[in-house]
Design a binder for this molecule. Structure first.
Ligand SMILES: Cc1cc2nc3c(=O)[nH]c(=O)nc-3n(C[C@H](O)[C@H](O)[C@H](O)COP(=O)(O)OP(=O)(O)OC[C@H]3O[C@@H](n4cnc5c(N)ncnc54)[C@H](O)[C@@H]3O)c2cc1C
Length: 795
């Protein structure tokens, strides 16, 4: 190529290489754990507030917001969104050392602020233990640190500026737009983009470290007596050591006049953190690594009393705990809050959960927080202790599920103590747990619906607890329940047919021998019900392939089982029955009837494959011959039942493996919106929890799912409670047991399917779909007409 041509290419090459304003390449956004990759449409790094406003105004789809990406559960992104990487907005807008106040753009990190204010003898008032986080990310989580006498970051905020979904720039403080102030701080980017914040600062004094090693039982007293109200104490945390969890290293940094022993004003950046990495690895992986740290390394590390600047102690670099790789395992945080008075209740429960699940805990750091002054998603609803758990986990699906199990148990333990859990970490909490921990979430969602009516500000946290379908389902200004798909109320019908069939079989064996049971007609009825469900949902809801495949597998298993049993009972069974005619019923027949009854009861509340079929083999083979019974019939029954139990036990084991691998545990509760009772006020039913009474006569309720759901809905309807929606849905299916000649499907309801109860010649089951807001009229009316409400199908 000639020199002139090369010269002509220079502008093109320069254009390609030039960092274009605002654009960045990566399409997958992930957080520090590497567990939550999310493919976004594009990532933009705005450099000015006006650029943020333009982007929000002109982008029509979902928008997600990220800071330093140290939240750990996908809180920074959702699929297909425009991701605003706020780190380009990192200027100090105004700084008044005299007033001890600073105004910054939201993408700035604490570290950058520290570098600017340290020469003026000032320090950040409240922040986390590490300085890498952005101000916007910290505000949106409403973080806390180790500061004594402080609490959530909101206490140190004068005002914020927020870009709303329509592109407006709005200021918010305790007095101006207070709803936006108390909603956005701790609002995980759900209401708008925080672009600026004005923060109070503190003096950068010298602090000296004091350490006390205490039995955990003495820690609370120590903290309340020596630390909580000490005017000199600045930082405090207690390290609770695994695996014994019986000793706390209480570390307090207090103001001092002594000269500094560490001259650096801020923690030096960069450098190699190999010692920290080796230590982390040793604690998490080596035998006795945890004991070595608790009994030898930490006492040595903390033996002297250094004096440092407050800014030095507040400027740790999270890189020091970053492992060399997160490919196979990763380090994650979780955090639970309990009221100060309940410290001693929570610790043993937490310890027992860690032990039972063999959680690889590296550290539990105990912190203290004053009550939150009013943010909608407050984690410290009263003065609390925080338990910050740092643990190591595998990255496989199984490892994540195991973490989910113990996390939910810990959340339950914190809730039982009147506490809460922290939202920037993995999203394992159920809907019920979320709403119990954050009882004002309904107000937050109502505000979001008002400020962001098209649901543009999204991320995985809000997708999980306030999915777009719910946001759109509920009426403006009202709380909305966690949504479930309406199609599900229909789709569970075939599964329940199998449960009813087990009931019928058990009831049948009480009076008759299995030979006469209508196995083949039952199979026919199952597929009839299934076809009715497909007809009722086809074209009305998106086709749920996964669920239909599951019903197909269950239906095929049921059919194969019943056909084989029908053939067997009508051949070999019939023969031994005929040969045994005139003799008493065998012990084996009786035992089979008992097991059938037990099984029928069991599968009303638990998946069939959890039934202990294998355990029935021993008692079967221990049966003694009954007097005068047919030996041939007894042996034939014993062998036939052995084969049945063995096959079901193996099939059940395979199903258990498959379903545990495929699904997260289901929520045991469901939410509903209802109208409060005009006279009685709140519903009187111990199974129902009132999650909130947002405005006027609206109630947000939590109801049990599965078996107790029917009775709960029935009892609420009898009390006159009018449902507005259940799990965001307006239609629900119920089955009735009615005389075969009954033709009373009410106006407003429509027939889904009906079928005769094969073993009860007078009765049939009728499946109808009903508008939820009419349940309170229809249920009492049907009951008055002596029609039994057999089952109401949740979602
Ligand atoms: C090693 C480590 C130590 C930690 N220590 C503490 C601690 O001591 N105390 C504590 O309270 N927490 C702690 N955390 C949690 C941490 O404070 C939060 O995850 C915090 O959000 C991190 O800030 P970030 O800039 O990384 O935010 P990101 O993770 O980037 O974002 C967090 C949330 O804020 C939203 N967001 C970010 N910027 C904006 C904006 N400008 N406007 C609107 N929404 C926005 C995001 O959408 C997201 O929902 C720790 C986390 C780690 C990994």
């Amino acid at each position: 190529m000639s020199g002139r041509r090369l010269l002509a290419l220079v502008p093109v090459l320069l254009w390609l290489a030039w960092p274009r304003a605002g654009a960045a390449a990566p399409v997958v956004v992930n957080d520090v754990t590497r567990l939550n990759p999310v493919a976004v449409e594009r990532v933009v790094v705005p450099k000015t507030v006006d650029e943020v406003r333009d982007l929000v105004r002109h982008h029509s789809g979902a928008i997600s917001i990220g800071g330093a990406r140290h939240s750990m559960g996908g809180q920074i992104a959702t699929e297909g969104s425009l991701h605003l990487d706020m780190r380009g907005l990192h200027r100090i807008v105004a700084f008044s050392p005299e007033k001890r106040r600073i105004t910054v753009e939201a993408g700035i990190t604490w570290r950058k602020i520290q570098e600017a204010i340290d020469p003026h003898g000032l320090s950040v008032s409240i922040m986390q233990s590490y300085a890498n986080f952005t101000v916007g990310g910290s505000l949106s989580v409403n973080v806390h640190g180790r500061y004594v006498g402080q609490g959530p970051l909101i206490a140190a905020v004068q005002s914020i500026e927020v870009v709303l979904a329509d592109g407006q720039l709005v200021q918010a403080s305790r007095s101006v737009n207070p709803e936006l102030f108390f909603g956005s701080i701790g609002g995980y980017g759900g209401l708008g983009v925080i672009v600026e914040a004005t923060l109070d600062l503190a003096e950068n004094g010298k602090v000296a470290r004091e350490v006390r090693k205490l039995p955990v039982a003495e820690y609370r007293e120590h903290f309340l007596r020596e630390v909580r109200d000490s005017p000199r104490a600045v930082f405090h945390n207690g390290d609770l050591y695994p695996p014994a969890y019986d000793t706390v290293m209480a570390v307090t940094w207090s103001e001092t006049d002594r000269p500094v022993t560490v001259p650096d004003r801020l923690m030096p950046l960069g450098g190699h953190h190999w010692k920290d990495r080796v230590m982390q690895f040793g604690i998490s992986e080596l035998p006795f690594g945890k004991e070595l740290r608790a009994d030898v390394l930490d006492p040595l590390r903390l033996r002297d009393s250094p004096v440092v600047w407050r800014n030095y102690e507040a400027s740790y670099d999270a890189a020091e705990i970053e492992p060399a790789s997160r490919a196979r395992s990763t380090y994650v945080l979780a955090e639970y809050f309990v009221p100060v008075a309940r410290f001693d209740d929570f610790v043993p429960r937490m310890t027992s959960i860690f032990r039972r699940h063999r959680v690889n805990v590296l550290n539990v750091s105990i912190r203290h927080a004053r009550q939150d002054p009013g943010s909608l998603l407050a984690w410290a609803r009263e003065e609390s202790f925080a338990f910050v758990v740092y643990y190591k986990q595998g990255v496989t699906q199984a490892a994540r599920q195991e973490v989910g199990d113990w996390t939910r148990e810990l959340i339950d333990a914190a809730l039982a103590a009147g506490g809460s859990y922290y939202l920037p970490y993995q999203l394992h909490a159920t809907d019920e747990q979320f709403h119990r921990a954050y009882p004002r979430a309904g107000e937050f969602f109502a505000l979001k619906r008002r400020l962001d009516p098209d649901y543009r500000f999204r991320n995985k946290l809000w997708d999980r607890y306030f999915p777009p379908s719910v946001a759109q389902a509920a009426a403006p200004g009202e709380r909305s329940p966690a949504a479930r798909s309406e199609a599900q109320t229909f789709l569970t019908l075939p599964e329940w047919y199998i449960v009813y069939s087990a009931d019928e079989y058990a009831a049948f064996l009480e009076r008759q021998r299995p030979t006469d049971f209508p196995f083949f007609r039952s199979v026919g009825q199952f597929w009839h019900v299934h076809a009715s469900v497909v007809r009722a949902t086809w074209g009305r809801y998106p086709f749920n392939w996964g669920y239909h495949a599951m019903i197909g597998v269950i239906g095929a298993s049921y059919s194969v089982e019943y056909v084989l049993r029908g053939v067997y009972e009508n051949s070999v069974g019939l023969l031994t029955d005929w040969l045994a005619e005139g003799t008493p019923e065998t012990e084996e027949d009786r035992f089979m009837a008992q097991v059938a009854a037990e099984y029928a009861r069991f599968i009303h509340a638990t998946p069939w494959h959890e039934f202990p079929f294998g355990e029935k083999l021993v008692p079967l083979w221990e049966l003694q011959d009954g007097a005068g019974t047919s030996a041939l019939r007894a042996w034939e029954r014993r062998l036939a039942f052995t084969v049945e139990l063995t096959v079901k036990s193996a099939w059940g084991w395979a199903m258990r493996k498959a379903t545990h691998a495929a699904y997260d545990p289901e929520d045991l509760v469901i939410q509903a919106r209802a109208r409060a009772l005009p006279k009685a006020g709140l519903p009187r039913d111990p199974r129902v929890r009132v999650l909130g009474q947002p405005d006027g006569d609206g109630l947000l309720l939590s109801l049990p799912r599965y078996e107790p759901f029917t009775e709960t809905v029935r009892s609420l309807a009898r009390q006159g409670v009018q449902f507005l929606d259940i799990a965001g849905n307006r239609t629900i299916v119920m089955t009735l047991i009615a005389p075969r000649r009954w033709r009373g499907v009410e106006e407003g309801a429509s027939l889904v399917s009906e079928w005769d109860i094969l073993t009860r010649p007078e009765e049939k089951r009728v499946a109808i779909e009903v508008p939820v807001e009419r349940l309170h009229e229809m249920i009492p009316r049907l009951e008055r007409a002596r029609v039994k409400i057999d089952h109401v199908y949740d979602y």
